[in-house]
Write a protein that binds this ligand. Sequence first.
Ligand SMILES: Nc1ncnc2c1ncn2[C@@H]1O[C@H](COP(=O)(O)OP(=O)(O)OP(=O)(O)O)[C@@H](O)[C@H]1O
Length: 582
Amino acid sequence: MGLAALAAIPLAAILPLPDFWITQLNYIGLYSLTCLGLVLLTGIAGLTSFGQAAFVGIGAYTTGWLTVNLGWSPWLTLPVGLAITAASALVLALVTLRMSGHYLPLATIAWGLSLYYLMGNLDALGKYDGILGLKSLSLFGADLGQGRGFFLLTWSLVAVMAVALLHLLDSRAGRAMRSLKSGALMAESVGISTFRYKVLIFVIAALLACLAGWLLAHFQRTVNPTAFGLKMGIEYLFMTVVGGVGHVWGAIAGAALTRLLEDQLQVLLPRLIGTSGSYEVIVFGIALVLMLKYQPDGLWDFVERRLPRPPRRNDWADAAALAAQPRPAAGDPVLEVHQLRKEFGGLVAVNDVGFQVRAAEIVGLIGPNGAGKTTTFHMISGVLPHTSGTVRFRGRPIGHLPSRQIARLGLARTFQHVKMIPDMTVLENAALGAHARGGKGVLAAMARLDRAEERTLFREAQRQLERVGMGSHLHELAGNLAMGQQRLLEIARALCADPALLLLDEPAAGLRHQEKRALAQVLRQLQAEGMTILLVEHDMDLVMEVCDRLVVMEFGTLLMEGTPREVRQSPAVRAAYLGTEH
Ligand SMILES: Nc1ncnc2c1ncn2[C@@H]1O[C@H](COP(=O)(O)OP(=O)(O)OP(=O)(O)O)[C@@H](O)[C@H]1O
């Protein structure tokens, strides 16, 4: 589709379209570039920005000032504009992206407003009159003007950027980006630095806006603050939402629909109403409300749901295997928990608990509801900081490390409430688990230089899915899976990390009898292959069947440790489960 779009551009340029339509298409192309950034920022990463127009302004003013005052070639001003944009976006991202909830959109509004007033008040930038007399772009001596030449350049850039973003989203880095909207917990647990990816996305979106600004300045041959204010920032977001904020092609659909509708309404509405005025704004407002109610995922989502979704072509069957970590020798201590404590205010959720897990052992952490099992899991895996105590993984203290670093050391986990990306396929979800075993970044992905690594990641994902009996679901959307299958997918994702220790939080919850039998089989098979497993589980049949040892907790404290037989015979454990005194 991307290549078809690229090929269609020269064709469109030679069509006998009136100049008016070429101008319209040029505006649509310019808006599309900024909207492409917003797809990544808002649609993929879930970060709302009203400040994109300010980055368009940086691109436009940089080239305006340098070409008019210093006589630079516009082609030299582009890297300068991109550098200024990257630096300012980086600073803004570092300051704002740790903010949660409404604070980020508010910060982008503040950014948009302050840049607008800065541009409008600086003498050097011509205050509110702006900079006049820019030259149009020329390439190899040919003036690109405002017509077909400019059309070719702008739409080539739009197509290249759209294809680059499509490539990016279908890559290791892209999967990490697509995982951001579901919260940081799962992504960090597979070794992804969510903050780093958010910053990257913010900078990419700003660079796309800057590129649009550079083009716009030479298209309009004048630069003034109106085109870069908050109103325009809101309009870019509006276009993207209408087009389909989660889809690359939605950016172009939104820009086209908005521009064409705006233009038609500006002519039609005053005729219908009988007086002139900006009535199109009111119609847009109503349209947006209706759109958000009836088609919240935008125009392109409506189109895409009607397009066939061919399964990914399997090109990884003969890919090389990923390098694996050396396994600890059977019997070596893999996990040592000592005097681990967690206080939530006055509540002691985990009270100086200690136990060990040795290599190739399956240990069950059991206890009644609220005993502190999940909290213990969270502390071991770095999700929650502990109040006191130590955790050692393969002899190394890990208590102070964030979860993504613990994951990278070889500790993988699943969650009590399954965490997967519903609109990614089962295969892609599992491949997320192997994130830390790959290294290709954003640029390699955009240029499709990551295919060899991608094949190794998918080969591993398929292998692990087959290992847990999910080999026939590779291309299904994870959101369509039954609960039991989702849990197996989480286990496969954890296995993709090549862990030395697997923490499974209630893996049998929601599974049917047959699925539980299959799970027990998988766990025993993993153990036979040398895997070490610590699991929290309420299903006593499963626990008694697969575990070598059990650690029993009650009210945050360690009640007893022993073999399943010893635990089954313990009056204290029975009393704890029945809720009687012991
Ligand atoms: N973030 C939190 N803030 C305050 N209290 C918490 C928090 N998380 C857990 N708790 C409390 O800590 C105690 C232990 O909870 P935890 O979820 O670890 O138990 P659990 O053994 O995993 O229970 P279950 O089997 O029901 O999942 C409970 O009393 C719970 O209410």
